[in-house]
Each structure stands twice: as structure tokens, then as C-alpha cells.
Write a protein of this length. Structure first.
Length: 322
């Protein structure tokens, strides 16, 4: 099979399009003939800085297509099923090996490209908002990083749950596009002091829940914490800044606030995680949930796709097509 592979970590140009051995399904696995690959924020970090055990390494978390092979112990899926799947590596390829526990049947009529984005983006957003964040109807949520895939998923899910939604986006994104997805207030972070604006919009109280998809150093996180209401919650999800979040405890203590880390990938295959994703797919099949696809690239141009995402911060997701 062809795959986008790294032999060292670094800039997008370290990705090489080359032949690799076809994956073989273990007893609890499936192998997918890939039709669409969702380029995730974690894929960029995996390529550049996150630990990799061995090289050559096939980058990528999420893809969708049809099952080509199933392991001996797999009973809930069969060859030919249309699925979207997650694994911590391997999606940037013509064939994707994933645990059967993190492969989900795609409902009839749902676009395969949108389906590829669902497990990571919508699963992470749901976890950050409700399991970790305890969001309730009538509350206000502030999403730091609303234009990316997880941010767009969080906007839709929070609005559907009856929350008031505030989110940041770069000036390159038309605020009307996020408002059409359910965002009540869009803050252009490269032109506006987002912390001051969140406090203005909440009449000085702050947001009941803040979902951080960006990360950053102690100063950046301290500023973010200033937007959290007294006894509010902070869900720490992403590292889009490339810098791990650094929290000063004294910023937290006077607010009696709660901080929760979110790594949904390790929860996705649990019964609770599977039930959540299956429900999200059902909602997407009705058109209630969606994901804008900013652009598609051939898998052979994976390096250009990674560069495009890093330099342009597009709205929604970018796809790779084998």
C-alpha cells in the first residue's frame, strides 16, 4: 500500500509518500480500505513533536472507508461494512488498521468525508463539554479555538444542549459561518482581547465552562482562567499552540474552580464511548450535526495538506483522499 510516512519528526516536508507493507488484522482488529482521511490537529503534533516509538511511522488518527478484513474475534463488524475508525497512528495510508472497538458503522446517506471526522472531533467535543465539563442548559460556554474541527463540533453540541456559546476564531474566518453553526458570539482573537470580551459578554461573571483547545504557557493559560466564572470549570483538550498547557495553581484556588484534562482516544472504545459516538453518528445522519470540509488533498500531497492546515488555520477539517 501507499502511505504518508515519517522517518524523523519535523516540518511537513518530513512526510514521504512511499510503499509500506499492508497491515494485518489482529484478533480484535479491522483493516479498512480507506476512502477519506480526516487531518486532525493531533496528526500535526504527532508528525512534529509528540513521542513516536519507532520509525518509519505512518501518521494519522482517523479515517473512513470499507472493511477489507476482520480479526478472528470480531463479531460486530464484517467485510464490506462502511465504517469510520480511530487509532493512535496509521490513518495516512490506503489501508488503515484499527481496533474493532473504535470502528463505527457509518449510517446510510452520511458523506464518507464527514464520517471520517466524527469520532475524533465530535467525540472529543462531547467528552469535553458533558463528561468532563458538566455543561447544562442555560449555562455559558467559552470555546478557545472555535474554528477547528473539535471547536466546530463543540459549538453545535453546546448550542443543541441549550447553552450560550462564545468562541474564538482568527480574522480569516467569517464569523457568520460559526454563527450559522450555533455560535452566539464570535471573538476575533487576533484583533480583540478575548478575555476582556468574554467578561463583557457575561457582565463580568465569566463563563461557566471554558473548553481550551489551544494550550500555551503559564501566561496564556492564566489569561484563559480569568474568563472562568467562580466555581466554573475548565476542560483542557488541545495543544494547537504546540505548547503544553501550564497552570499556576494560585489562578485556580481563589475561584474554587475545577480543571479536567480530556484525552478521548483512550475512552472511545469503552461501552460509554461507543454509545456516545453511535448517538453522534445518528444525529449527523439526520443533518443535525455536520463538519465543514475546507479542502481535500490527494494522500500523495500529505505534506502540502499539513502545511496548509498549519499556515491557514482553516474552518473545519481538511481531508486526504487515497
Amino acid at each position: 500500500m501507499k502511505a504518508a510516512v515519517i522517518h524523523e519528526q519535523g516540518a511537513p516536508e518530513v512526510l514521504q509518500y512511499q510503499d509500506m507493507p499492508d497491515p494485518v488484522a489482529g484478533p480484535d482488529d479491522v483493516v479498512i480500505d480507506v476512502e477519506a482521511i480526516s487531518l486532525e490537529g493531533g496528526d500535526l503534533l504527532n508528525r512534529s513533536i509528540l513521542p513516536v516509538e519507532t520509525f518509519p511511522h505512518i501518521v494519522g488518527y482517523g479515517a473512513a472507508g470499507r472493511i477489507a478484513a476482520v480479526g478472528a474475534k470480531v463479531t460486530q463488524l464484517k467485510v464490506g461494512d462502511r465504517v469510520a475508525a480511530f487509532n493512535f497512528a496509521g490513518s495516512h495510508a490506503e489501508k488503515f488498521l484499527a481496533p474493532a472497538a473504535t470502528a463505527f458503522v457509518v449510517p446510510n446517506g452520511l458523506d464518507i468525508g464527514i464520517a471520517a471526522t466524527m469520532p475524533v472531533a465530535f467525540g472529543t467535543a462531547d467528552e469535553a463539554l458533558f463528561e468532563a465539563g458538566g455543561l447544562k442548559a442555560g449555562e455559558t460556554v467559552f470555546i478557545q479555538g472555535g474554528a477547528g474541527g473539535v471547536g466546530i463540533a463543540a459549538i453545535q453540541l453546546a448550542k443543541a444542549a441549550g447553552a450560550t456559546v462564545i468562541a474564538t476564531a482568527p480574522s480569516s474566518v467569517d464569523p457568520a459561518r460559526l454563527q450559522a453553526l450555533g455560535c452566539d458570539h464570535v471573538i476575533t482573537y487576533d484583533r480583540t482581547d478575548y478575555a476582556a470580551e468574554v467578561l463583557r459578554l457575561t457582565e463580568g461573571r465569566g463563563a461557566d465552562l471554558v473548553v481550551d483547545l489551544v494550550g500555551g504557557d503559564a501566561a496564556a493559560v492564566s489569561k484563559l482562567i480569568s474568563t472562568v466564572a467562580y466555581k466554573g470549570r475548565l476542560s483542557v483538550v488541545g495543544l494547537a499552540s504546540g505548547s503544553a498547557p501550564s497552570v499556576a495553581f494560585w489562578d485556580i484556588v481563589p475561584k474554587n474552580m475545577t480543571v479536567r484534562g480530556v484525552l478521548f482516544g483512550i475512552e472511545m472504545g469503552t461501552p460509554r464511548g461507543r454509545s456516545m459516538i453511535e448517538e453522534l453518528f445518528a444525529r449527523a445522519a439526520t443533518g443535525e450535526l455536520t463538519m465543514p470540509i475546507e479542502r481535500s488533498f490527494p494522500l500523495a500531497e500529505a505534506a502540502a495538506a499539513h502545511r496548509f492546515v498549519e499556515e491557514n488555520r482553516p474552518l473545519g477539517r481538511v481531508l486526504l483522499i487515497p
